[in-house]
Design a protein around this ligand. Structure first.
Ligand SMILES: Nc1ncnc2c1ncn2[C@@H]1O[C@H](COP(=O)(O)OP(=O)(O)O)[C@@H](O)[C@H]1O
Ligand SMILES: [Mg+2]
Length: 236
């Protein structure tokens, strides 16, 4: 679709982002050191690094689940530091979809109900909730599985339900922390192919992984070492 050219801010822009746990104590850990990161809308980016390097800390900041000790984060054009906790929660709901290694689905609910969860009972009438959830399930290729519970689905299907749930509010940013970590490699490849389709659909995918083969599916990879983020050598 072509139309008037509109300037869109990067969905993620950080400058000098820093995070220290237990500051000033013997247990002090500097988890992030001056992270500069700019991600444009429609990008598929991987953040790679060994365990303990600070990946989840960065994901928590990018997901507005935590606040940095130093530096700035502009989330889709909004300076997150200007928001109070309630406004940050509202921004998170609007801008971020989360996908985790363990799927985090509610076991007693159907796939449809899991996907509809973030819509909130108060805000959207039931019929509309279920219709939107059905559309989201169809978008991840699971239209016939809406009434199944998570235990009746394969791991790959459960992760697709979790991705549909992450997309239900149409957030510009999808943050995925080790999304293929619990899947066999073939199923993992299917999930990565789905991320590429979402990227082609103007979603922004930020994939966090310790696995270089998984990261290689992204268009661009950054590497985290001891809280410092660098572009991977050889990527644009
Ligand atoms: N809530 C916390 N309190 C104290 N230290 C933490 C906390 N979360 C993470 N850390 C420490 O910060 C560093 C980075 O952790 P994390 O961001 O979880 O790394 P990764 O996700 O790459 O494994 C590690 O040394 C970890 O032990
Ligand atoms: Mg982690």
């Amino acid at each position: 679709m072509s139309g008037p050219v509109t300037q869109r801010p990067p969905v993620v822009e950080t400058h000098g982002l820093g995070k220290v746990y237990s500051a000033g104590t013997q247990a002090e850990v500097v988890a992030l050191r001056g992270v500069d990161l700019r991600i444009e809308r429609g990008a598929f980016v991987a953040i790679m690094g060994p365990s303990g390097s600070g990946k989840s800390t960065l994901m928590n900041l990018l997901g507005c689940l935590d606040t940095p000790d130093t530096g700035t984060y502009w989330c889709d054009g909004v300076d997150v530091a200007t928001l109070d906790a309630e406004e940050r929660a509202a921004l998170r709901l609007d801008k971020i979809g989360f996908v985790f290694q363990g799927f985090n689905l509610l076991p007693r609910m159907s796939a449809l109900e899991n996907v509809a969860m973030p819509l909130g009972y108060a805000n959207v009438p039931t019929a509309e909730r279920l219709q939107r959830a059905a559309d989201a399930l169809a978008a991840v290729g699971l239209d016939t599985r809406g009434h199944h519970r998570p235990s009746e689905l394969s791991g790959g299907q459960q992760q697709r339900v979790a991705i549909a749930r992450a997309l239900i509010n149409q957030p510009p940013i999808l943050l995925a922390d080790e999304p293929t970590g619990a899947l066999d490699s073939r199923t993992g490849e299917e999930i990565l192919a789905l991320f590429k389709r979402l990227r082609d659909d103007d979603h922004t995918v930020v994939l966090i992984t310790h696995d270089a083969e998984v990261a290689a599916h992204a268009d661009r990879t950054y590497v985290m070492h001891d809280g410092e983020l660098q572009p991977q050598e050889g990527t644009p």
